[in-house]
Ligand binder design. Structure first.
Ligand code: DGL
Length: 262
């Protein structure tokens, strides 16, 4: 048990990782956070793994200088491209993203699940291995969420444009009979309302962020770095961006506003 707040470093290609931070602060509200939005280089989805690894190292060095005790790679694409390298090269723990194929496969009634993710994630060996474990039991259909990341970066989370963009990538999965939609990119939960509206009430949209937050808490408890005393009940979050911080600031303010009303 620690009486001091730990510093949790979190990064993503942009604002997407804030969907993970949103879940983490619900269960670890007394820690300190530095969120790094690498939006000067967003999107990561079509970049090479080598490029993303270079960014992963540079951001990790920055977060360690800031005092990070643990780092959350709040980006599926960066997890696929960098996490095994980062774990080899640095001594602190890294928590990554995992597309929620397992809960989707185990709960599907139609036997068809849909996965929305970036091209980088869908090509990564981590995803292909997970998929291999379940594809004997369920049919797994995939689609890149084309234009989703750009919408979220522009703060367009609902309305006609968001609906048209989402529909183009989601409809093929619904047409294939999917009754579970796995959100395999951390930007996509900010479009969950639109996705649910198009998919209808019989389809369950699955965001892995709550499970990732619980995993982070377990690892921090094992490392004995969770603050347990009566410290502040509101998270201390520093936001840093490699580009314009305004879009991430807007989404973070919305999250903190909802957090304080809960
Ligand atoms: N939010 C990211 C992910 O989870 C990256 C999206 C992108 O930059 O293409 O995959």
């Amino acid at each position: 048990m620690s009486i001091f707040a730990s510093m949790i470093g979190i990064f993503d290609s942009g604002s997407g990782g804030l969907s993970v931070l949103r879940e983490i602060i619900k269960i670890l509200p007394k820690e300190k956070y530095v969120f790094f939005a690498d939006n000067a280089f967003c999107p990561y989805g079509e970049k090479t793994p080598e490029f993303i690894r270079k960014r992963g190292r540079a951001i990790t060095d920055f977060l360690i200088k800031k005092g990070a005790d643990i780092i959350v790679v709040a980006c599926n694409t960066a997890t696929a491209a960098t996490i095994s390298t980062l774990r080899k090269e640095y001594s602190l723990s890294f928590i990554g993203m995992e597309p929620a194929v397992k809960p989707a496969a185990l709960s599907s009634e139609t036997g068809v699940i849909g996965v929305l993710a970036t091209a980088g994630t869908l090509k990564g060996s981590k995803y292909l291995t997970t998929k291999g474990l379940y594809e004997d039991n369920v049919k797994i259909v995939e689609h890149v969420g084309r234009g989703f990341v750009e919408l979220v970066e522009r703060g367009v989370l609902e309305g006609h444009e968001a609906e048209e963009t989402v529909k183009a990538s989601l409809q093929p999965l619904l047409d294939a009979g999917a009754d579970r939609i796995v959100l395999g990119c951390t930007h996509y939960p900010f479009l969950a309302g639109v996705i649910q509206k198009i998919a209808g009430p019989d389809v369950k949209v699955i965001d892995p962020a709550p499970a990732v937050a619980r995993h982070l808490e377990n690892v921090m408890r094992m490392e004995d770095i969770v603050r347990e005393d009566g410290g502040p009940s509101f998270p201390d979050i520093e936001l840093v961006a490699s580009g314009d911080p305004a879009p991430s600031r807007k989404i973070l303010d919305m999250i903190l506003n909802n957090h304080s009303n809960e």
